[in-house]
Design a protein around this ligand. Structure first.
Ligand code: FES
Length: 158
């Protein structure tokens, strides 16, 4: 059985709609992977094989793209992705203490996911929002300047 045959039809239809916008099918790699991640939550080796088959390229090529872009996940992560900045402006604003606060509050270390699957914590280099220091990104939103109270409020509203 081919890897592509295991991809659900609704996802394949989305891939077709994305691929048709590109002169060469292979150029649709990023949107195809993004759609796969939206569907499955992360990119498994089986999905990489299916994408390779669909785009008529090699699994190695797909793997290179998946591992190059931070946006792609290769394991199941939390519903909410926290990227906590730990670069200079944020450190000067007290980010180290706040990071410890988050780790204790969620009961996880950086790179881990809470047991209920709600949050995954990642530390990050400067996110380009130093004026908000200390800050973090939760999914698409930037939050800062952070305090313990603001962190509580952000998490309670998720
Ligand atoms: S140092 Fe934290 S956003 Fe720039």
């Amino acid at each position: 059985m081919s890897a592509l045959s295991k991809i659900p039809n609704d996802l394949k239809s989305k891939w077709d709609a994305a691929a048709v916008k590109y002169e060469k099918k292979r150029a649709a790699m990023l949107p195809i992977l993004r759609l796969a991640q939206e569907h499955f939550g992360y990119i498994t080796p089986d999905v990489e094989f299916a994408v390779a088959e669909y785009l008529e390229t090699t699994p190695v090529h797909v793997r290179e793209v998946v591992t190059f872009y931070e946006l792609f996940r290769t394991k199941l992560e939390g519903k909410n992705q926290i990227r906590f900045c730990q670069t200079l402006s944020c450190v000067l604003g007290g980010s180290e203490e706040l990071l410890e606060y988050i780790k204790t509050k969620l009961g996880i270390e950086s790179g881990e996911t809470t047991k209920d699957g709600k949050f995954t914590l990642h530390t990050a280099e400067c996110l380009g929002a130093c004026e908000m220091a200390p800050m973090m990104q939760v999914n698409k939103d930037f939050h800062g300047p952070l305090t313990k109270e603001k962190i509580d409020e952000i998490f309670e509203n998720m």
